[in-house]
Design a protein around this ligand. Sequence first.
Ligand code: TYD
Length: 217
Amino acid sequence: MGLFITFEGTDGSGKTTQIQQLTAHLETEGRIVCTTREPGGTKIGNQIRHVLHDVNNIEMTAEAEILLYSASRAQLVRELVLPRLAQGEVVLCDRYVESTYAYQGYGRELNFDMLRRLGEFATQGVRPDLIIYLDLDIQAGLARKATLAATGQEVLNRMDKLEQDFYQRVRDGYHELARQDSEPTRWLILDASAPIETISQQVWARVSALLESVIST
Ligand code: TYD
């Protein structure tokens, strides 16, 4: 079996950069890496992503939103994650079910029992071996996003247009999720305001230890 690692964080926390660095590191070690993201990652998932991110879809209900994220996830798990893990690859996913718990559960304050059931259904109970959470002050994250948007490196989407209180609930929610996880050691919580190099070293320290423990068992 391979290794399943997910990256989580509020907007602008630098997940993309860290995924790129970890991919490069793993590949120099001779690992086969599959990087993917949510929503998206498959042909169907990318079509769903388009609907979810379209800024014109202002009438989208919270219920429709959660079902669309879940549909994209269900497709990703079956079409990509499970087959790649079965081939022994390292699968790196930019966001996973924890994003739904944080954004739709804590952010939109939807019913948690329902979200958990839906999460189990969409993922078939497939849990990450490691969740890397990049923790960042909300103001700093939004400022980072605004800079990326102003320089044309990123296009703002429907979820980028929410108010600051929403993101604060999401950030607090992530901390709560880590505390309540049945395996809290699965979480690696890092300060995303640290230099990029420092963060990638912390990520590598944990991932290389995990790889060794997988090989030796
Ligand atoms: P994306 O452009 O991928 O942003 P980021 O670089 O921050 O990951 O947009 C994903 C957005 O969708 C982001 O604002 C978080 C949100 N989201 C949810 O609200 N629920 C979910 O289940 C997922 C996967 C993402």
